[in-house]
Structure formats: C-alpha cells, structure tokens
Design a protein around this ligand. Sequence first.
Ligand code: CS2
Length: 509
Amino acid sequence: MTQTQQKPAQTTELNQHNLAYLPADVDVPTYDRSKIKSGIVHIGVGGFHRAHQAAYINELLKTPGNEQWGICGVGLLEANRGLRDILQKQDNLYTLTVRHPNGKIENTVIGSLMEFLFAPENKQAVIDKMAHIDTKIVSLTITEGGYNFHPATGEFDYDNPDIIHDLNNPTQPITAFGYITAALKLRKEQGLPAFTVQSCDNIQHNGHVTRNMLLAFAQKQDLALSQWIEQHVAFPNAMVDRITPISQQSDIDYVTQAYQMSDGWPITCESFTQWVIEDNFSNGRPNWDQVGAQFVSDVTPYEKMKIRLLNAGHSVLGLLGSIHGYQTIDQTVSDPLFAKYLRAFMDLEVTPLLESLPGIDLEEYKDVLLERFSNPNIKDNLARICSETSAKLPKFLISSINENLAQNRDVSLSALVIAAWCLYSDKGLNEQNQALEIHDVMAQELNKQAQQTAVDPLAFINLHSVFGYLAHDREFVTEYKKAIAALYAPNSQIKQIMAATLSKKSKKI
Ligand code: CS2
C-alpha cells in the first residue's frame, strides 16, 4: 500500500490486488477484508447506501473487534445487474469521492461491501443469507415509494401486483417484504434469533412504518409468524442524511485521471453526513457511534427536522427550479430569489412545526442547509430531486401543509409548490419550452389529472391517494387556486409569481 510499488504497465482496474498501486493520498481499507463476515444484509445498494451506511462501516472496520459487521449487498431489481457485474470485477470495492464546498476532495476506497447478491438470478441465496446465523441486521434503502403504503391513508397496499405475487409465492419473492418474511420464517423454524430490520429511508418513523408494513404482509401469509415477528424483531427509527447525486461519466473520468485506474461505478457525495439512530436492535449492532453516528432513545424530532427542512427544501427548489429551467440544486439556490423563497418556506411554513432539540440550533441548521445546497462541487440534478415526487411530497411537504392548516397558519408558499408540480406534470416543459425529464411511477396518472386543470382547477389535487383531503380544505383551496391562476396565465414567469407570493406573505405576518 505504498506509492513505491511499481504499477503494472497496462490500464488496471480497481480491485483488491491493485489497491497496492493507488496513490498514497487515497484512503484504502487498512483491515484484512478476508477476515470480515457479513453481519448486515442490505437491500438497495444505490448511491446513498454507498455514501452513507457502507462508509460508516468502512470506518468502523478499521478498528479491530468489528470483523462481524461487513455488509452483504442485495439487488432486488433487474436494473441492478450492471452494478453486480461491476462490483464483481472490482472485488466489491468502489471509490467514494467526497467533495467539500471549498473544493477540497477526499477519495476513499470503501471495502465494507463483502458480497453482492443479485436476487433475480438466485432468490434462495438471498433468503439463505438473511437466515444465516451471522446476519444480525437486514437494512433497507428501498426509497420512499418502496414501503408499499397508500400515501394518504398509511394503509398497506394489498392490491400491488408484486405483493399479490409474493403472498402467493412465498419461496419466490420479488419485494423486500417477501424476502424478509421468508428469511424470518426460516430463522423461526431453526430456532435462530430474529435479525433487526433497519430502514435507512427518508420517512418519518421509518422503523414504525417498516414494522407496520411487514406485519401487515406477514399476517396475510402466516399469522403465527407475524406474531413471532411482532415479539422478536426490532425496527429502529433513524434519521439518515448525506446528499449523494447520481453518478455521472465525469465522476468515472475523475477517478481514472486521479488514480490512473478505472472504477466502473464511483460515488460522489458532499462532506456533510449525519445518522441519528434509535438504539433498538434485536440481535446486536455495530458501534456506529464510534464513527460519528448518534444513538438516541427518540429519533422523532431529528427525523421531522431533516425531512421537513432538507427533503422538502429540495422539492421546493426542484419543482420551482425545473419550471424556471435550472438544472441543479446549487444553480437554483445561487439565484437570490430562490434562496429567499426557500428560507421563507423553512422559517414560516416549517420551523413553527418543529420542536426545539437539545444541542441543535435550528437557525444554524437552516444556515448549514443553505450552504450544503450551494456546494458548487455537488451537481445534484433537479431531475433526481423531482423523481418519484408522488412518493416524496406526502411525507416531505403535505404533512407540513396539513399541520399548518390545522393550526390556522398560512400555507401560500407551499401551495405554489404544489401548483408548480401540477404545471410540471401537465405540460412536462420548462419556461424555455424544453422537455423536463420526469421519472415517477404515477407520471401518467398525474399528467391525466393535471391536464384537466383548465376545466377544473382542483383536478390535480383531487388525486386522493397523494393529496388526501387537501382539495376539501377551504384555506388551502383558496391559495392553490390563486397559484394555479397565476401559473396558467399567458406568458407567466415563475420568478415573478414567487416574488409576488413572497411579498404577499410578508404582509400577512
Ligand atoms: C432528496 C434526498 O431524494 C430527494 O428528494 O431530498 O435524496 C436527499 O438528498 C437526501 O435525503 C440527503 O440526505
């Protein structure tokens, strides 16, 4: 692992053997990877997992005594085949490039991913791995939409065809719920302790939600098993945070040039990272607090603060910025009007809903958020931020709107964001008439509703599964209709509408 070793002449790939040829300033696994066992099976090895949980474990493994906490990644989707092929060639190693706001760059080769199982090719291998005695935790990053509940009611969606499939084919599952239930069944039969199921997604009470959904699924399959799960499986809540844009060709090129070695799928992320975890595990846990995470007894206020400020803030910039024609978060927030709108949204339509937290200064937290969003070295695409908005907004924004309405508080800034989402879904164009890149499982349905806006201004928010009863709230409807009228007026300009909404808001308070 020194610079002095001679690098082979031909182009080399990142792998265990070639670690020795990396430049000395690249942080490489200093631990013996052959001694690490997978105590964690993680479903959803996307960029976020690789920048967050896997990075925390990588740090922990540098301290002897933690060898039981390696990670076995699982890809449930056919789309994960490419990742599997790359990781296989690289001995499951990849580069994490951390880009600080001041331009400083740190490269770490992450070694905590020990294995990767591609579920579509071998379902039983995944079930067996989860059921293995060494597995203590099954963790999840399956996105907000992956938890299979109706956004408005919170009830488990038994009509999802994948769930119907998994209930009818317990040994050939497709969903995370099917796999976890099948593995827990084996553990119960074999008298093994239950593993912890740990959600790492941006859902408030993510542990409770995971528990409720898994129990709803298991109850339909095997009542005795669901009771065993209820008694033995812990579902810690957690707040997870690190902005991780989608990897670009430029990230691959950067690593090739920095190392003279190719990495097929490096991850780039910001320098900020946070993980607040409820200390509730059924079968042991890593000492994540030794590498910067925080264990607390109640994570609720941290989750709420993060989701309602950061994630909702992202959506505010994402939807309004997309309509204006901006491409990335840093570009959008560098426009003073957008920064002002975001700050007003956070101060006036979110902060009053948050509890004060010991050790956290909310004003400072918001200042830091603005700095993070402004990081010019993190090119976080608005298309990523706006992807799956139908699964995100109910948790990120609509929950705040409902709480504000219940407390008779003005929601005009949020109403404009929802109206902008209607226009975005309806036209699919920005103000320069360029097509927007929209990725949403509900895109067609949203488009159909939004297209009726001219005849019925409330058509979009009548979509009950996303908006609940918003279309029946007089206060909200008044603000929303004003926003729709302004956005749909000929030659409308989102920035003028934002400025007008802000100025009216300042007169209201
Ligand atoms: C983003 C998040 O998906 C989104 O809309 O807000 O991915 C965000 O970047 C992370 O939660 C940051 O921790």
